[in-house]
Design a protein around this ligand. Structure first.
Ligand SMILES: [Ca+2]
Ligand SMILES: [Ca+2]
Ligand SMILES: [Ca+2]
Length: 439
């Protein structure tokens, strides 16, 4: 899985009637965890009377983003409502009933498949009980083998996890889920009021835990911020939520998650630009641009091998030093070579004196019918040829020819990367050593 994208943040839509939730900017996220009903009082949802704030909420939160609906596979009305509002199938439908209350049974493959067939949406199974030592844990593993199951939601419910938002079993389940290339949703459930002020700190702790595994770089990992309320005697029917009256913890958590993700990504390779500059060269075609350390100060210099329309009538080498940030030219010269478009021009240190030598790999119209290598030394400022010969390879155009020291004897070997019409059906690498075979 490609790294560098980072986990995605979804926010649920359950309490979108709250004035605090109308702050669109504050809720900017990567997608929506769509719940059609308002959880105040836990009224059963109805397709006829969805939460009145729903259409506007989905529009405001951009329904084009990642959308997961919650649903009940035995009633299946919410996913229909969500699809109606966003105008496309949802990206996933999270189904409860990892353990039905009346028979502790789980979703069968038949049910998962039937649901997917009916709605065109893949099932995300719920694993609140992943850590329990019963058949429900096995259910997750079984469901993950079903192609109509796109992932698992792990509900990091502090109430049911003894104050911890994760446990070892969850971690194993998350690892299994992501390892199979499926989506993993960390549902951060609300906490009772007395935990409210601690909630962002718990998120920080959970994220830091997951970053140790490297999984926070996985774009298949979703962090879902729940914003619904729970009964809270002290706050009357306000519940804890993440809004009034205790504060705007959802904003705090969301802001922190985003900045933490940015920080994670900034630690990856190739995120920090260390040089951006114009150079001494005007834009030019008819040649090869590359980097090689001509003046041997350890800083790669900018090399232009000019192979056509040259003033000297020869192939030319123009080099600007790395030390000058590519403002000062340290070599401009014609070389021993006449312009030749039947091959590849590059730099490699063939004579191992530290100065890059000019290499021409002639790949067609060769005298001997084989690919040829011609090399002029850097020491001679590219006036003296130090190697010329045909190779083991037959001419092949439209593939990649380059030099690399495969056998690690210090002398660049000839590499042919065959990218089309290969016998094996895959891209092939063919390398001829610069050193004679030991007999
Ligand atoms: Ca240099
Ligand atoms: Ca050299
Ligand atoms: Ca070699």
């Amino acid at each position: 899985m490609a790294k560098g994208i980072g986990f995605r943040i979804l926010i649920d839509t359950n309490q979108m009637h709250l004035p605090e939730a109308q702050k669109a900017d504050a809720l900017a996220c990567d997608g929506v965890w769509a719940i059609t009903h308002n959880s105040r009082g836990w009224t059963p949802p109805s397709l006829d009377i969805p939460n009145q704030e729903w259409p506007a909420t989905l529009a405001r939160l951009n329904a084009g983003m990642w959308t997961v609906s919650e649903d009940d596979p035995e009633q299946s009305y919410e996913v229909t409502a969500v699809q109606q509002y966003i105008g496309r199938p949802v990206d996933g439908a999270m189904c409860y009933f990892e353990g039905r209350p009346y028979d502790i049974s789980v979703l069968t493959n038949y049910e998962i498949n039937a649901f997917a067939r009916t709605h065109g949406s893949k099932i995300v199974v719920h694993s609140r009980s992943y850590g329990s030592a019963d058949s429900r844990r096995g259910f997750v593993g079984q469901a993950l083998q079903n192609s109509n199951c796109s992932g698992v939601v792990f509900e990091m419910n502090p109430d049911s996890e003894g104050g911890s938002m994760w446990n070892q079993e969850f971690n194993e389940g998350i690892k299994q889920c992501l390892g199979l290339g499926k989506h993993c949703y960390l549902l951060l459930a609300p906490k009772p009021a007395n935990f409210n002020s601690l909630y962002p700190e718990d998120i920080r702790a959970a994220m830091r835990y997951f970053v140790q595994s490297g999984e926070l770089y996985n774009p298949n990992l979703f962090v879902v911020l729940a914003v619904y309320a729970r009964p809270d005697p002290a706050a009357k029917d306000q519940g804890v939520g993440y809004f009034a009256p205790q504060g705007n913890n959802v904003y705090e958590a969301l802001t922190w998650l985003k900045s933490y993700r940015d920080e994670l990504i900034s630690r990856l390779p190739y995120q920090t630009r260390i040089l951006e500059t114009g150079t001494t060269f005007a834009p030019e075609r008819g040649g090869v641009w590359l980097m090689a350390d001509y003046d041997q100060d350890g800083i790669p210099d900018l090399v232009f091998i000019k192979t056509s329309n040259t003033g000297t009538g020869k192939v030319e080498v123009h080099i600007a030093s790395g030390k000058s940030n590519y403002q000062t030219r340290i070599l401009e010269t014609g070389t021993t070579f006449l312009p030749d478009s039947d091959g590849v021009w590059l730099m490699a240190d063939y004579d191992q004196d530290g100065i890059p030598d000019l290499v021409f790999i002639k790949t067609s119209n060769t005298g001997a019918g084989k690919v040829e290598v011609h090399i002029a030394s850097g020491k001679s400022k590219y006036q003296t040829r130090i190697f010329e010969g045909s190779t083991t390879f037959l001419p092949e155009k439209k593939c990649v020819w380059l030099m690399a020291d495969y056998d690690r004897d210090g002398i660049p070997d000839l590499v042919f990367i065959k990218t089309r019409s290969t016998a094996t059906g895959s891209v092939e690498v063919h390398i001829a050593s610069a050193s004679p075979a030991v007999k």
